[in-house]
Write a protein that binds this ligand. Structure first.
Ligand SMILES: Cc1cc2nc3c(=O)[nH]c(=O)nc-3n(C[C@H](O)[C@H](O)[C@H](O)COP(=O)(O)O)c2cc1C
Length: 361
C-alpha cells in the first residue's frame, strides 16, 4: 500500500486530508467527529478577540439540485461566534483528545493575534494558522505571531492578493502557506422573491467549493514555485483525484471545507482512501513521489490530441464537446477518429474524457 502519511513543520499527519476553518471545524465536538470520519489532521475555525456576530442566512449553494449544489457555495460566516475563552478553556482540549495534530486559526490584527496566540499555545495547539481575509498586513501579523509563540505558524492567503509576492514576503517568518481562502464578494438571488440568498451586506457572500478549485490550484502552483516552505492547498477538494492534482502542483497536504459541508464527516476518510488507491494503481510507493511533478511541466503543450484506443469506450462525450466537429465516433466499428484538418487543438475533448483516453502524449 502506498504511504500517504505526511510531515509538515514537524507535525505528523496520518494522511494529507485536513479539516479547514469553517462550520465543519466550529467546535471541539465537530473536530472529534471529523477525526472519526478519517481526517488526517485538524484545523479549527478562526477565532478572534470577540465572538463574531454572524448574519443569517449565511450559506447558500450556487445552484439548486444535487449536481449544481456540488459546484460550490457562497457564505458570509465570518469567524467563530464562540468567545475565544471557550476555545482556549474547552474546545481545543476536546479536539486534541482525538490524538490528531491540531492547528488553531486566529485573526486578525497584529495586536489581536499577539494577545490570543500565547493562550492558544498554552492550551496545547500544535500550530497556528492566521487568516488575513479581511485585513491584509501579512508580514506584520506573521512577525507578531513569531514573537509571541514557538509553535509552527501558517499564513492563509486570500486569492485576491498577489499570492506569489505575499508568499515570498512571508517566507522567513512562517513555516508554511495555506492557499486559498474564499473568493468574492459574489451574489445569488432567489428568483421566486427577487431577494438575495444571503443576509450579509448587500446580500453578498464568498465563493468556495468546486468552482474555486482552478483558482486554488493555480495559486498553489505559483506559491510552490516561488517559496521553499510547505504549501497546504484548499479550495474545491472533494476527491482523491483532487488531492493528487494539488500535490502534483506542489501541495504537501490539503484542507476540505465545502465538500464536507455538503457530504458530511465521512468524506475525509473517503478522499484519503481514494488518494491511496490512485497511488497504488499508478505504482507509487509514497505520496512524496508525486509532490510538485507538474511544476516543471507547466509550459506550452504540444497538440494535437492523441487517442489511446485501448482506453476509449467510444462513449461520445468528446464528440459532443468538440465545437469544431473534428471528432467522429464509429459506433459499429467501436472506433473514434479525430480529423486533424478540422481539429483546432483547443483541448476540450481531453478534459471531458472520463477514461483518460485522450492526451497530448
Ligand atoms: C461557511 C464557511 C466558513 C468559513 N470560515 C472560515 C474561517 O473562519 N476562517 C478561514 O480562514 N476560512 C474560512 N472559510 C474558508 C475555508 O476554510 C476554505 O479556505 C475555503 O472555503 C475553500 O475551501 P473549500 O472549497 O474546500 O470550501 C470558510 C468557508 C466556508 C464555506
Amino acid at each position: 500500500m502506498a504511504n500517504i502519511r505526511v510531515e509538515i513543520a514537524g507535525l505528523q499527519f496520518r494522511n494529507p486530508v485536513l479539516t479547514a476553518a469553517g462550520p465543519t471545524s466550529r467546535d471541539g465536538m465537530t473536530l472529534l467527529t471529523a477525526a472519526t470520519g478519517g481526517v488526517g489532521g485538524l484545523v479549527a475555525k478562526t477565532i478572534s478577540v470577540k465572538g463574531a456576530e454572524v448574519p443569517r442566512p449565511n450559506m447558500a449553494a450556487i445552484g439548486r439540485g444535487r449536481v449544481p449544489s456540488r459546484r460550490g457555495m457562497l457564505n458570509t460566516e465570518l469567524w467563530s461566534e464562540l468567545p475565544p475563552e471557550q476555545w482556549i478553556e474547552k474546545e481545543y482540549a476536546i479536539a486534541k483528545s482525538s490524538g490528531l495534530p491540531l492547528i488553531a486559526s486566529v485573526g486578525y490584527t497584529p495586536e489581536e493575534v499577539s494577545k490570543l496566540a500565547p493562550k492558544m499555545e498554552k492550551a496545547g495547539v500544535e500550530a497556528i494558522e492566521f487568516s488575513t481575509h479581511y485585513v491584509g498586513g501579512h508580514v506584520e501579523i506573521a512577525k507578531a505571531l513569531r514573537e509571541s509563540v514557538n509553535t509552527p505558524i501558517f499564513a492563509k492567503l486570500s486569492p485576491k492578493v498577489d499570492v506569489t509576492e505575499v508568499a515570498k514576503s512571508l517566507e522567513k517568518y512562517v513555516d508554511g502557506i495555506v492557499a486559498i481562502n474564499t473568493y468574492g464578494p459574489c451574489l445569488r438571488i432567489d428568483i421566486e422573491t427577487g431577494q438575495p440568498m444571503l443576509g450579509g451586506d448587500m446580500g453578498q457572500g464568498w465563493l468556495s467549493g468546486s468552482a474555486l478549485k482552478p483558482i486554488a490550484l493555480r495559486c498553489v502552483a505559483d506559491i510552490s514555485k516561488a517559496v521553499d516552505i510547505p504549501v497546504i492547498g484548499v479550495g474545491g477538494v472533494s476527491s482523491g483525484e483532487d488531492v493528487i492534482e494539488f500535490v502534483m502542483a506542489g501541495a504537501s497536504a490539503v484542507q476540505v471545507c465545502t465538500a464536507a459541508i455538503l457530504e458530511g464527516h465521512t468524506i475525509y476518510g473517503r478522499i484519503a482512501n481514494e488518494t491511496e488507491v490512485w497511488l497504488n494503481v499508478h505504482d507509487y510507493d509514497s505520496i512524496d513521489e508525486i509532490r510538485g511533478v507538474a511544476l516543471k511541466k507547466l509550459t506550452k503543450l504540444q497538440p494535437p490530441p492523441m487517442i489511446d484506443h485501448e482506453k476509449c469506450t467510444v462513449c461520445g462525450l468528446c464528440v459532443k464537446s468538440c465545437v469544431y466537429g473534428a471528432i467522429t465516433a464509429d459506433r459499429e466499428q467501436k472506433i473514434l477518429h479525430i480529423d486533424s484538418e478540422a481539429c483546432e487543438a483547443c483541448g476540450m475533448c481531453i478534459s471531458v474524457c472520463p477514461y483518460f483516453a485522450l492526451s497530448y502524449q
